[in-house]
Write a protein that binds this ligand. Structure first.
Ligand SMILES: Nc1ncnc2c1ncn2[C@@H]1O[C@H](COP(=O)(O)OP(=O)(O)OP(=O)(O)O)[C@@H](O)[C@H]1O
Length: 335
């Protein structure tokens, strides 16, 4: 893929996207965004995570100009979405969740129509260059209905690139796709990023965010509950838990254990959360023995980004019907 040229005369080095106190209350009174603020740095691959109903689509639809915000501001590539709608819109390409095409158009026609919608003169269009970049060059003249699911997804990406936006937003790009296609899409995302495009990705797959994103914001019930470099979030996930059952009743947690958190469950079960970069299970067992305790049973549990995510999104419970499981957080390739 060729390196892209940034939008003409971008305003001074602002973030790619700047969101401040963004509010959305729908007409039925549902407050979907409650004062959301964050920046997407230029050149990043930014993950926007959250359970179903958290407000991700609302946020993206506001950026796309499909939903009107009820408060706050948003700037895309430095352009205010209200004051400079046209430039703001030209600075993003959005790859929607749903694969919707007119089955009787070919990829070439689909691209040409999209370019027309952006007012791009025929001589400036890059239809074949983009189709080749997403490996659809040889399908340029096939009817869209004959394309495989994976090809249709790639055509959606191609469509979002016609106006050469510096920012590409992918809304759940790999929801429901098989593992091979997911890997392919990740490769495209990395290529586009290497060519200079800022990428924003919403996903339910924590593994995807962990793999691709250099920064992650987690949103829940319309609020940002985390916004950090992926490495920093994962550091939180360095927590490990050791559960030790000791040989006698305790009235309180022994003092001075090298742990982040210690809890006593019942009279004999100690639940010790520790940083695995700093402590090991062996050291903890020695520390218990030093305090005169014999461990009769022991088990450990790893924490990962899923734990961080669940921890950050569980307070107040995730939107779900009574008696149902919380919104799914998928970590594997379960489509
Ligand atoms: N047009 C609408 N009118 C009223 N409420 C809406 C409307 N669209 C969304 N909502 C509500 O706003 C909240 C946020 O929805 P949104 O679709 O933005 O969440 P999401 O994080 O994108 O979820 P998903 O992952 O399921 O797409 C939800 O409670 C939803 O029911």
């Amino acid at each position: 893929m060729t390196a892209r040229t940034p939008a003409a005369h971008p305003p001074a080095a602002s973030a790619a996207i700047e969101i401040r106190d963004l509010e959305k209350t729908y007409s039925d009174g549902k407050r979907a965004l409650k004062g959301v603020s964050f920046d997407v740095p230029r050149g990043s691959i930014f993950g926007l995570l959250g359970p179903n109903g958290a407000g991700k689509s609302t946020l993206i639809n506001i950026l796309a100009g499909l939903v009107n915000k009820t408060g706050g501001t948003a700037r895309i590539w430095g352009f205010d979405i209200d004051a400079d709608r046209r430039n703001a819109k030209r600075a993003i390409g959005i790859v929607p969740q749903e694969v919707l095409f007119d089955a009787f158009f070919t990829p070439r026609e689909t691209m040409e129509l999209q370019a027309g919608m952006y007012g791009i003169a025929p001589k400036d269009r890059r239809t074949m260059e983009i189709l080749n970049a997403v490996r659809l060059g040889d399908k340029a003249d096939a009817y869209s209905r004959t394309l495989s699911g994976g090809m249709k997804r790639r055509l959606l990406i191609a469509k979002a690139l016609v106006h050469d936006p510096p920012i590409l937003i992918l809304d759940e790009p790999t929801a429901g796709v098989d593992i091979e296609l997911r890997q392919q899409l990740w490769t495209y995302v990395r290529e586009m990023h290497a060519a200079g495009t800022t990428i924003v990705l919403t996903t339910h797959y924590l593994e995807e965010a962990e793999e691709l994103c250099d920064r992650i914001a987690i949103i829940n019930h319309g609020e940002v509950v985390a916004n950090d470099e992926t490495g920093t979030l994962l550091k939180q996930a360095r927590e490990k838990v050791l559960i030790a059952v000791v040989d006698r009743d305790l009235s309180e947690v022994p003092e001075g254990l090298p742990v982040m958190k210690a809890e006593l469950k019942g009279a004999r079960e100690l639940v010790l959360t520790y940083d695995r970069a700093e402590t090991g299970a062996g050291r903890l067992l020695t520390a218990l023995s030093d305090r005169g305790l014999t461990v009769e049973d022991v088990s450990t549990r790893e924490a990962d980004l899923e734990d961080v995510f669940l921890h950050l999104t569980k307070s107040g419970a995730i939107d779900s019907a009574p008696g149902t499981e919380p919104a799914p957080v998928r970590t594997g390739a379960d489509g």
